[in-house]
Every structure is written in structure tokens, then in C-alpha cells.
Design a protein around this ligand. Sequence first.
Ligand code: 5RP
Length: 220
Amino acid sequence: MTQDELKKAAALAALQDVVEDSIVGVGTGSTVNHFIDGLAGMRDRIRGAISSSEASSQRLAAHGIPLFSLDDIEEIPVYVDGADEIDDGFCMIKGGGGALTREKIVAAVSQRFICICDASKKVATLGRFPLPVEVVPMARAHVARELARLGGSPRLREGFITDNGNLIIDVHGLSIKDPVAMETALNQIVGVVTNGLFARRGADVLLLAAATGVERQVRS
Ligand code: 5RP
């Protein structure tokens, strides 16, 4: 199976977690695109979706799935999203697609985070994938210096502007032994909007696709 076929298998497995007649939280990325296409087949059984990016909103709208604003909702039962890396404790690096801030916001109002991944995303220690950090443009040089102080090699994502009008700095060369502490430390840097560590609010369920099938793991 190709990596994209594995992504699709994980995404379609998540359809069984969708709560009937609810508003579904929808992440961003190539794995989630398969989930959105699958959700279209059951759009009469859900009220609609809360989206984490302009790209996902466009795809949902093209399928005729109603979009809701977070101003209309206090809580949603399920959020489905991919990851760039996920560890044994279900802490993740996210933001390869640059949607980390809205993803973290939708995850924060969700009762359950369902992570959909192909098996290549499972790691023992987070950090091989460069950690995305969304930054207010005027703070870019300051934030880069602070990120270097934490032991990483910051690189501006050239030509990329987030849906919120900010920049992304990708931090290379980190080996993240304590994801909660690192997420907290990054949150303290003035000018950082969001960092791509999802440790304080990690995934609750992992649907991990390998050639042998989709394994369902629940956080203990
Ligand atoms: C986007 C994300 C994605 O979930 C992550 O980059 C995985 O993407 P893909 O499903 O394309 O491998 O965090 O900001």
C-alpha cells in the first residue's frame, strides 16, 4: 500500500467515531482530506462541521457540509485530525500544513481528539519532524533567537502566510524528551502565537494505518 492509501484507510476508519446529529471538528491536511470526502457520504447524518483551516472549509463546503463558527458552539464531541509525529503518550507535533493555531483552538473545545495517521508518523521521541511555530511577523527575529536558546535551529518557512496572517518558523534539530514542558516554555515566548506541540491536549484515540490494517489505540 502507498502512504496515501494508508492515510485514506485511517481517515475512513474515523467515520465510525462521528457522533450522529453532531457538529464534527475537522482538522487539516492530506489525511483529513480523505476524512472530509468520506464525511460527505454521511452528511445527512450530521449537523455540520467546525473547520480548522480555509483549505478544509473549502473542501467541506464543496461537499455541501454546513460550516459552523465557534461563536455558535461551546463544545463538540469529536475532533478528527492528522499529525506529523505522535509518540506513545499521544503527544503530537502538528502544523506541517501551517494550520496549527486553528487546529489547537478546535481541539481545545473537543471532548475527544481522534488522530488519524499512517504508521510512519509514530515515533519514540518527538522532534525529528521540524516543530512549526506560528509567529507575529514583527517578532520574527526575536522569536528565532529565543528558539535557538532552547536548543533548536529555527528556519523561516519561506513564502508562507498562515490563515491568521502570521509567519511560520520551523524548528529543526530538537529532541523533545518532555513535550509538556517544551510546549509550556514555547508558549512563554512573546510573539509566539502557537507552537505545534500538542502535548497538554494530546490525542485521545489513535487510528494508525499499516499494511496489516488500521489499529485502534486508546490513551490509557
Ligand atoms: C496541518 C497538520 C496536519 O495534520 C499534519 O501536517 C499532517 O498532514 P498530512 O495528513 O498531510 O500528513 O498539522 O497543520
